[in-house]
Design a binder for this molecule. Sequence first.
Ligand SMILES: [Zn+2]
Ligand SMILES: [Zn+2]
Length: 242
Amino acid sequence: MHEIRVFADYHTHTVYSHGMGSIRENVEAAIEAGLEKIGIADHGYMHLGFGVRYENFDLMRNEIERLKTEYREIEILLGVEANILDIEGRIDVDEHIRDIVDYVMAGYHFGSRPTHMVRGSMNHALNYIKPLNHLSKEYNTRALVNAMKRNEIFIISHPGAKASIDLDRVAKAAIETDTALEINSSHGHLSLEELLQIKDTGVKFAIGSDAHRPSDVGDFTDALQRVEKAGISQQQIINSRR
Ligand SMILES: [Zn+2]
Ligand SMILES: [Zn+2]
């Protein structure tokens, strides 16, 4: 048994982006898993492959309002996993979406449509080709830091996955802006090494399943193993208690 209990899963996907289940199925899975809160955080609309269609945010909000009346035993939240689009830290959350959602997560993803086509596409390429990763580290770091400063972000999803970053600078900005860094149970980041590197800075963490199937909602096994090995205290994790 893990000493640390996670009471909320803020990072789950549905068919509105590229998950397999419906919002209802994720909610039912979360109740089954004994969670107190479930967040639906599908991909921002500027993702070319699997972003939520812009107009569907309204549908998702309405569906969640209906489900809230049916499932009173759990708190149901609508979030979004936004894309960090450029070095200035813009994300694909406009005022309308900001009004609709309860919280914003943001992360870097291949396949997001850059605001500066040439520079952004080049950065995708450098991140994609492993031996060239070091060339995009500064860009990625500034994009993440600026995203936190520019936007009200609740959690940075899987920092370090798909893009190399200067983690010390990212952690410092996270502390300054009161943003949590995710320990993602599906992606390997934050990794054990990364956790050890920044755990003593006082930065806050959030554990997320990143479930793309209802059966993975609330499955934090992998993340909890890293947490335990790194010796992260429960107080440092925003969605856990003893
Ligand atoms: Zn992601
Ligand atoms: Zn995700």
